[in-house]
Design a binder for this molecule. Structure first.
Ligand code: FAD
Length: 225
């Protein structure tokens, strides 16, 4: 994007997609979104967007794609390698998933939970315990990190040898691609031997292939000891 007037117009369009309560355009209020918690990485952005639905994420990416405007998905911003922080050029819009934080379904019989990507990891653990199950992903950032960030980084955590990395704890995903199209693969099926397992491409790819908006995660029995 070259011309300032064009950028202003596109930013206005993005603001109207999310509505007045769901963006930050004042640089004074952006601090928490522009650097990591250790202050090893920092950047600048013209706009922080906080969509509340997959449709909004789709509309945002469609507009950004059509106008060649770069985006940075951001979860809890606890990553340690700067992947969630925009560049210093002020040319990347931050898309924070923090308002997509609903637990959509919990099925203790099938040992699954369907969540929005912005759910804080410790909230998912708590909800599982409420139905006598565990969600075994656990790491020191669990009070701040989001499941979308955990899956995008394929996080390990303290239970990794017993339960596997984050990508092994997922049955289904919903992802929005750069052109705004939504891949809905929110399956709860355990014996799924159909075709390619596309969802695995998005886990560990740090938002480079799409924005994770929902997931079906696996629950487990509470260990007796
Ligand atoms: C104290 C501490 C302990 C930690 N311990 C561990 C550990 O034991 N094991 C381990 O593996 N990691 C650990 N980490 C790092 C870990 O990767 C992150 O804490 C967590 O998984 C990232 O989640 P987040 O929501 O904060 O993501 P962010 O930091 O916000 O983002 C991380 C990356 O994912 C992308 N992203 C975020 N959300 C989405 C989305 N919805 N869709 C697509 N892309 C997205 C971002 O663009 C960025 O590239 C630790 C971090 C801290 C601070």
């Amino acid at each position: 994007m070259n011309k300032n007037s064009d950028l202003t117009k596109v930013l206005q369009e993005l603001k109207s997609i999310v509505g007045s309560n769901n963006f930050i355009d004042d640089v004074q209020d952006m601090g928490a979104y522009l650097s990591d918690w250790r202050n090893h990485f920092s950047g600048q952005s013209p706009l922080i967007l906080k969509p509340t639905s997959s449709k909004m994420v789709s509309d945002i990416l469609l507009v950004c794609n059509e106008n060649s405007l770069s985006v940075v998905p951001q979860g809890g911003n606890t990553g340690l390698v700067g992947g969630s922080v925009p560049s210093n050029e002020r040319d990347e819009v931050v898309i924070s998933l923090e308002k997509m934080n609903n637990i959509l379904d919990i099925d203790p019989v099938n040992y699954t939970m369907t969540v929005e990507a912005g759910c804080i990891l410790s909230n998912i653990q708590d909800e599982a315990l409420n139905v006598n199950r565990i969600f075994p992903l656990s790491l020191a950032a669990e009070g701040s990190c989001q499941i979308g960030g955990n899956l995008s980084t394929n996080a390990g955590g303290t239970g990794v040898l017993r339960y596997g990395n984050a990508k092994e704890l997922v049955l289904g995903l919903e992802v929005v691609l750069a052109d705004g199209s939504i891949i809905n693969s929110l399956k709860r099926l355990r014996k799924d031997n159909t075709g390619y397992d596309l969802k695995q491409l998005f886990m560990g790819s740090e938002g480079t292939l799409g924005i994770i908006t929902k997931a079906v995660v696996k629950l487990f029995p509470i260990p007796k000891k």
